[in-house]
Write a protein that binds this ligand. Structure first.
Ligand code: SF4
Length: 245
């Protein structure tokens, strides 16, 4: 499952110059999850990740390659208790999946369902005192952090552990590398483009599953399929005689 690998490689070069801090995932460290949307009023807020019109990007990509060694949380820039005002923000998930070959209709469907399940996680994590507002159209993920959570020592390591705990409920997921970025020299403009491309790939997979036309010359998805290695092979599987691209 290598469709997103070129984006993963690009993302790795856009994270700025700050030395990353790495934390091995430990489920026991997961920050409390309140299980539902919460409202943090402005007067209770310490600051916002992505507040004051600063960049705030989320992207997640699936891979079966060597980009994820194990479950870990990486922090690039100031951590949550070190921030004292609005900050630029990115949350990036590299999700390693198992047994997804992506060849033939059945496997393409399995692959797509797994990607959808993985996407589902981002709307189902509710760390206490960490109010997430996401927009899938603009790839924006802005977060209001409460004063109370900061006083209690909230950290990306612990919020990240809450996310990974949720991801690990999916048996197709082998490991997750979760990267939080607050360093201003990361390339947020390019990261947003990467998020768009990852979404385009997922949309193309969805269209393939709908059983659309098999002539690449007249297909509206040709630009993304031309660009991303493996898309056409995924659509036509091993039967290259069908292939008209
Ligand atoms: S492989 Fe060809 S027909 Fe299939 S989605 Fe891509 S461009 Fe369209």
């Amino acid at each position: 499952m290598e469709l997103y690998n070129s984006i993963i490689e690009k993302v790795n070069n856009e994270l700025g110059s700050v030395e990353p801090k790495r934390y091995i995932y430990n489920e026991a460290n997961a920050w409390e999850d309140v299980g539902a949307n919460q409202l943090i009023m402005l007067k209770e807020s310490a600051y916002e990740l992505g507040g004051d019109n600063k960049p705030a990007v989320h992207l997640s990509m699936v891979t079966s390659g060597n980009y994820v060694d194990g479950d870990e949380i990486i922090v690039i820039g100031k951590d949550l208790i070190e921030l004292n005002g609005s900050s630029s923000f990115a949350r990036i998930a590299f999700v390693k999946v198992n047994e997804l070959e992506g060849e033939g209709d059945e496997d393409t469907e399995k692959l797509f369902r797994a990607i959808q399940d993985i996407d589902f996680v981002k709307y189902h994590v509710y760390p206490k005192g960490y109010m997430i507002r996401s927009s899938s159209d603009s790839f924006r993920e802005q977060v209001r952090v409460s004063k109370d959570a900061v006083a209690k020592g909230i950290s990306f390591e612990r919020v990240g552990a809450a996310y990974i705990k949720q991801y690990k409920k999916n048996p197709a997921i082998e490991a997750v590398k979760l990267i939080f970025v607050t360093a201003d020299d990361a390339d947020f403009v390019e990261l947003k483009k990467d998020a768009k491309k990852a979404q385009d790939i997922t949309k193309a997979l969805s269209k393939i599953l709908e059983g659309m036309a098999t002539d690449c010359h007249t297909c509206t998805l040709k630009p993304i399929c031309d660009e991303v290695e493996g898309m056409k092979e995924l659509h036509f599987g091993k039967n290259k005689s069908e292939f008209q691209g």
